[in-house]
Design a protein around this ligand. Structure first.
Ligand SMILES: [Zn+2]
Length: 257
């Protein structure tokens, strides 16, 4: 790897780690309707504000050996995991899309999906504070791509949203308003036809995990499983491989039969 490329990879990873740190704050505070900017993060056990030097993504967790400097109680491994995951996704966005507006778009989309996955797992909700700005940002990126991109983006957002509205009505509470809005956000960012690949991956993943949970007796048929994490995971997979999946599908000999 040449020097410039190496430097860009490092910058992308560092930006991703910082975005991951922000994701941790958002995951904790958005469901509680707290401000994202103030006050400073505190230890959930002793309430002591976290010092700047103990707030370095991933590294502080390792340096502190997973314990609060003040009370010595354990810090959740989820924090460094979210930071490392987001850092990796930003690196992948740079790797995939180069130094471009597309990479920025991919990074922001990945950040939104990471926040959705963990908030929905924790609280069974997808906050409007994530989906509304997400929808606007996705459409703005599409606008920057020109009229055709914008049209495919708006169409995909409306189409995906309507599909989930129908599913929500048909499933009588199995899917919620949050899933409808999340599907629209994915449509806005990914556009048509990549959003179709995203939804296909989401349903496949959700079906497989659902079957596995039933088979192992971890869940009964009536227990609700949040679908947001599957949608978001499908969105992340399609961000990188959706175009390939669509091309592969179009070449499939039985396509359209
Ligand atoms: Zn503490």
């Amino acid at each position: 790897m040449r020097g410039v490329a190496m430097a860009e990879a490092v910058v992308a990873t560092l930006l991703g780690a910082m975005a991951g740190s922000f994701a941790n704050v958002a995951i904790h505070r958005l469901p509680r309707q707290e401000s994202l900017v103030a006050p400073r993060s505190r230890c959930p056990h002793c309430g002591h504000p976290i010092r700047a030097r103990d707030n370095i993504p991933v590294l502080s967790f390792l340096w502190l050996r997973g314990r609060c400097r003040d009370c010595g109680r354990p810090i959740s491994w989820r924090y460094p995991l979210v930071e490392a995951l987001t850092a990796l996704l930003f690196l992948a966005a740079w790797w995939w899309f180069g130094r471009s507006l597309g990479a920025l778009r991919a990074g922001i989309f990945a950040l939104i999906m990471v926040i959705v996955i963990f908030v929905d797992l924790d609280h069974r909700i997808i906050p409007n504070a994530v989906t509304y700005p997400g929808l606007i940002i996705g459409l703005l990126f599409a606008l920057a791509g020109g009229p055709r991109t914008l049209l495919l983006s708006v169409g995909a957002a409306v189409g995906a949203g309507l599909l989930f509205l129908v599913i929500a009505v048909a499933s009588r509470g199995g899917m919620g308003g949050g899933d409808i809005k999340l599907a629209a956000v994915m449509g806005a960012f990914l556009g048509w036809p990549v959003v179709a690949a995203a939804l296909f991956i989401s349903f496949t993943l959700g079906g497989l995990v659902g079957l596995a949970l039933l088979a192992t007796g971890r869940r009964r048929r009536k227990d609700p499983v949040p679908f947001g994490p599957f949608l978001a995971a499908g969105g992340l997979a399609a961000l990188f491989w959706g175009q390939l999946l669509v091309q592969w599908y179009m070449k499939w000999p039985l396509h359209g039969v």
